[in-house]
Ligand binder design. Sequence first.
Ligand code: PLP
Ligand code: 3DJ
Length: 397
Amino acid sequence: MTDFARTRALFDIPEGMIYLDGNSLGPLPVAAKERVATMLADEWGKHLIKGWNAAGWMNQSRRIGDRVGKLIGAPEGTTIMGDTLSIKVYQALAAALDLNPGRQVVLSDSGNFPSDLYMAQGLIGSLGRGLELKVVEPEAVADAIDETVAVLMLTEVDYRTGRLHDMKALTAKAHAAGALTVWDLAHSAGALPVDLIGAGADFAVGCTYKYLNGGPGAPAFIYVAPKHLETARPALSGWLGHEAPFAFDLDYRAGAGIDRMRVGTPPVIALTVLDAALDAWEGVSMADVRATSIALCDLFIAEVEKRCPDLVLATTRDGERRGSQVSFRHPQGYAIMQALIARNVIGDFRAPDAIRFGFTPLYIGEKDVLGAAAILETIMKDRLWDRPEYHRKAAVT
Ligand SMILES: Cc1ncc(COP(=O)(O)O)c(C=O)c1O
Ligand SMILES: Nc1c(O)cccc1C(=O)C[C@H](N)C(=O)O
């Protein structure tokens, strides 16, 4: 069994805070502070430009991509770091559409994170070849897969409700209909076991500032299935994805394998933080993380339903069918979350009415769950949310 007391000590969480928002931004890994200080002083400070080779900065995106790959069932050489998740969504979708010409539909669902849908809309507008973004309810996705679909683009775990799609079954259905798949793992990577090879996913993307604790604005990752590695065309054809960046040719030629998904200069300092953050996963079993996350979420649901009858569960009770988060609905959700935050229980609010809590076994345990439920109970029983300072100011027009 993974020693979660050990992993908890690897994170800097302010005394007295119950941090249930690691599904949005993970806490600071203690080791990152020293690692970055050393990197700044010894690598940038001493090597300057020589650091690209001497300190391994040029290979960092690939090396750390492989570290992330281990957590999502991706073999070496199929995952690379860089840019933001929105950019990686664009890149993956563009490459997938290019591999499946002659079809018109990008299929997604209303549980997808808006940025993914916005990037698809922007890309489709630029391509101008009659493509259409079709957005259906999450439960209707399987039935909407037909021979018009070029690409099925989904986020595995719904950011609001935590609902988990069956990646393997939907990918198989998409392939049977002749479609390719792009999976967004923003709320999956580090939250639950992911098996990209086993699921047969074509492309996957994700961020590293949530369950992977890489810090605000940490770089995203992109995965390309081995069968597409030499044929996927990077629409964002920056110089570092070129076959020979330092030949400075005037024409683009895609680099070998996953390197072609690089765009421009990597964020070396941010990657250094992420590298330190990923050390926390050494000796951690993702099966233990999953089992503990399900148990913590189950406990939170049971305690909150017992103590706060006015809150309506927005997440499935079936632990196998959700990610690592729990949401409740209430018309005063915003004020309730402000009252929680004022009492050092940190979750977040997602419009129109959801209060959302992430459970991250690396640093959250039963005591936190019980503590948060007790504070929530007081807020609900004593209507502590009903104070002017917890309500949104009226919009100024
Ligand atoms: C599923 C999903 N996709 C995309 C994004 C956008 O990522 P970024 O702001 O890093 O581009 C987020 C989070 O913000 C997300 O949760
Ligand atoms: N990336 C974020 C940011 O830069 C600011 C505030 C929030 C975020 C988030 O990651 C939001 C997150 N994707 C969500 O699930 O709501």
